[in-house]
Ligand binder design. Sequence first.
Ligand code: HEC
Length: 501
Amino acid sequence: MKARLRRIGSWIADRAGLEPIFRFLKEYKVPPELGRTKKGWFWVLGQALVFVFLAQVVTGTGLAMKYIPSPVHAWDSLQFLNNEVMWGGFVRALHYFGASAMVVLVFAHMARIVITGSYKFPRELNWITGVVLLFLVLAMAFTGQLLRWDHHGVATVDVAASILGRFPLVGPWLMEIVLSGQTVGGATLSRFFALHVIVFPLLIVAMIGVHLYLALANGVSEPPKAGRPVDPATYRSWYERHKEEGNTRFFPDVAWREVAFALLVYAVIFGLAFFLGPKGPGAPPDPTFTEQVPRPDWYFLWLYTLIWYKPAALDAVVLVWFPLLVFPALMLLPLLFGTGERAPSRRPWAVVAVGGAFVIWATLTAFGLRPHWIPNFDTDPVPAAMLAGAPPEVHAGAAVFYERGCQYCHVAYDRGGDYGPDLNQSVARLSREEMTVRIMMGIGNMPAYAHILSASEVDNVLAYIYWAAERRARPAEERDAPGASDAAEREAAEPGREGPP
Ligand code: HEC
């Protein structure tokens, strides 16, 4: 049996002209450190990306068989996949966590390459094609999100498109290309579907081909050593000698590690998909519900946090220049710093840059996970000093506002959660009657209070809301009652001190 299989195998290899390829791969040498040291484990991330991409092609093809790319049916077809199709929900989950794994791996791979200086001579083009792949992976994540056709997916693309629309010169034109129209609609969905299942995957396959060819042609980078700078005049000949010395081959000295790691990644994706299940679809899109900030998938959450919280002065920087320049800037990296030391110990700035980027990303993501999208249960009651001089119904209203949890979701004056609209602004938009109706009957995600609050309590709350908004609108120096300034409050909150009397 075994002999027969082997005979079939060598027949195919012979007739298909695979022998030279096998021979090349079998004899392909890599720097000896990769076969020996623990460092080799840091050189497996790129291959794992190829493995996960292949899995995405398989699960994605499965999903495309059932998915209907039309605004009327998309959401239902995902519900159908989740609930009716055998393994449908599981395959959706695999595809979602596979996408997450690709984003994680692509950044980990990049971080390793920056830290070990592997983008330097002669591997500048490896890096530049890698940046193109980064863009494509993010473009897949972005287009995939819209295909879910739920409220957050649609709203996320809406926001991104309006950012594109602000780019100088080409903005409006670019926005129309992306959306295939002026707003997110059926034409956008068709366009994103075509991009997600045909255009971007083909570009990724082509780019992976180029990227891998470059990896073979320029050789796998060796783990750096302090005091061994890259000199373009001597590097290539040194590298060839260095490779020969160890006689370490890709097969099997290094390949087993890559397969082992890829299997581990597969296992993690399977585990997450199995225990956490598919993502959404969430509530269907509702164009009238614009109060809520879109919540993109985790990989873009940091950006939306930034968009939402940026100071107005940084508008153009955050919305236009950063997204416009980040990819070209990344591509310039090897052209500006292409030679010299590679060891992280001699390039502390590289480690700081990677660490700093990670810390900023993690902070923004953590921040984005909290306010706006969930009530804020940590808000403090208004200090009595702030209400000094206000009529009694305002005092009573402030107490109701805090105790009945309005403040978890709404800002009045300067405090409260962001889940619902800022009431300082609502007073200008709504009449007193409209406010009352919304409080009594509820609206959207706003609970009804008709059976919770008495008529006089509602009156008091409104008195407080109007009083707070009027106070808020005054210039800062008149605004604060004595003793209620931010500084005094912060002081009072410090442990070990007495609160205000
Ligand atoms: C669970 C969070 C939550 C709580 C608690 C809550 N609200 Fe709301 N509220 C919302 C949301 C969300 C909206 C916007 C609903 C929409 O427009 O679809 C809203 C809308 C409103 C509006 C209309 C504002 C506008 O600009 O459209 C008023 C007024 C209001 N709430 C007052 C209150 C008061 C007073 C309380 C306490 C008695 C309260 N809310 C408690 C979430 C909350």
